[in-house]
Design a protein around this ligand. Structure first.
Ligand code: ADP
Ligand code: MG
Length: 370
């Protein structure tokens, strides 16, 4: 372990994008005997946009605070560039945090806020001004905002100021704690695109947290799904979407159809919630195997004019919602509610109350054990 006062040097020279930059080994954190973070093992790669996603209270901020040095693991270790940083204070760390609730100095101008880290370092005024202007341009703030009081800026503008100030510290790793959660939907989308572009332009490592899997998938190279302090799955957005490893991850994305299934004594699969012998592309290795199948709403389809599918069930339309470019149908099959989504351009002429047949092919179902 390193001494408290020793700072971690930024290794810019010879740094290779994609190599491990930060590793969490068996990181645990408990508060008053309650385990909040449970044995997290994770390696972040240099230059990647990594997002931790999970519901409120799942432990996202706790992990970020441990990375920033505002909190320490109860056990386990955090390693940066082969050096343990678990006991190094925030200022000496290669990280900088952009908070959920912006911690800007309200009595200062935009320029003074951005320059603050440079002033502390003793950078001369002229150089500070030039750097602040560069950073303002990077986050798309007009130059005349330099002298504007930060409290006179809109929410989106203040968010840009906070990001510019974080960059002024020139950290190796930027940590973002739900920076867009208080911003309205349309502006949020714009800022998501800007952050992604900023990530690409700067080449820095971004560790971002959000409770929105949609936001995580939109921006990130890789996503980690956190559930009650357990890292359930880590993967690219596509891997998480196409191959969720649990019902939790699958249903975190939004409406999805989940059925319990088990191997029948005579072979094949059955579900207590489906009036059919389920056709699945999973080997029946174990006679007692039980699990769940997940069928995404856009994989479920109407079987009209004698169309066939590996799995077909009668259902009734309960509601139809327009999502703009697509339509979402809520159906009931026996006691089971189903969700089916299709492009508005291919919408059949169905209305609420119609009896229909819906189905999916074996390839369309994802099998998970828990
Ligand atoms: P998230 O950011 O995912 O919403 P947090 O990391 O803030 O979740 O919190 C995870 C859990 O840890 C919550 O149940 C919270 O109450 C608890 N927690 C966080 N910080 C403390 C603390 N300093 N003392 C006691 N409990 C805490
Ligand atoms: Mg939080």
């Amino acid at each position: 372990m390193l001494g408290h006062k020793k700072s971690v040097s930024a290794k810019d020279h010879g740094a290779v994008k994609g190599e491990p930059i930060l590793t969490l080994s068996d990181v645990c954190r408990s508060f008053e005997g309650r385990d909040v973070i449970k044995k997290i093992n994770l390696t972040i790669k240099r230059g990647e946009f990594f997002t931790l996603v999970g519901p409120s209270g799942s432990g996202k901020t706790t992990i970020l605070k441990m990375l920033a040095g505002m909190d320490s693991p109860s056990s386990g270790d955090i390693v940066y560039d082969n050096q343990s940083i678990s006991s190094i204070p925030p200022k000496a760390r290669p990280t900088c945090m952009v908070f959920q609730f912006l911690a800007l100095f309200p009595h200062m101008t935009v320029g003074q806020n951005i320059e603050f880290p440079l002033k502390i370092k003793g950078v001369p005024a002229e150089e500070r001004y030039d750097r602040a202007c560069q950073l303002m341009s990077m986050v798309q703030l007009p130059e005349d905002y330099y002298a504007k009081n930060v409290m006179k800026c809109s929410g989106g503008e203040r968010q840009r100021v906070a990001i510019a100030r974080a960059f002024a510290y020139d950290p190796q790793i930027l940590l973002f704690d739900e920076p867009l959660s208080a911003i309205d939907a349309k502006l949020r989308k714009t800022l998501q695109k800007e952050l992604k572009a900023l990530h690409e332009k700067s080449g820095k490592t971004f560790i971002y947290i959000t409770h929105s899997l949609e936001e995580a998938m939109f921006m990130s190279d890789r996503v980690g799904v956190l559930n009650h302090g357990v890292l359930e799955q880590v993967g690219t957005p596509n891997e998480i979407y196409a191959h969720p490893n649990s019902r939790f991850t699958a249903s975190f994305i939004g409406d999805t159809n989940i059925f319990p299934v088990r191997v029948r004594p005579e072979g094949g699969w059955e579900s207590s919630e489906l009036p059919l012998s389920v056709v699945l592309k999973v080997k029946q290795l174990d006679r007692n195997i039980e699990g769940y199948i997940i069928v995404r709403p856009e994989r479920l389809r109407f079987l009209t004019d004698g169309a066939l599918a590996d799995n077909a069930i009668p259902a009734k339309i309960v509601a139809i919602y327009s999502l703009g470019s697509s339509l979402q149908y809520e159906l009931i099959a026996g006691k089971k509610e189903l969700s089916l989504q299709l492009s508005s351009a291919h919408a059949p002429d169905y209305k609420v109350g119609d009896a229909v047949t819906v189905g999916w092919d074996a390839d369309d179902a994802i099998f998970v054990l828990n």
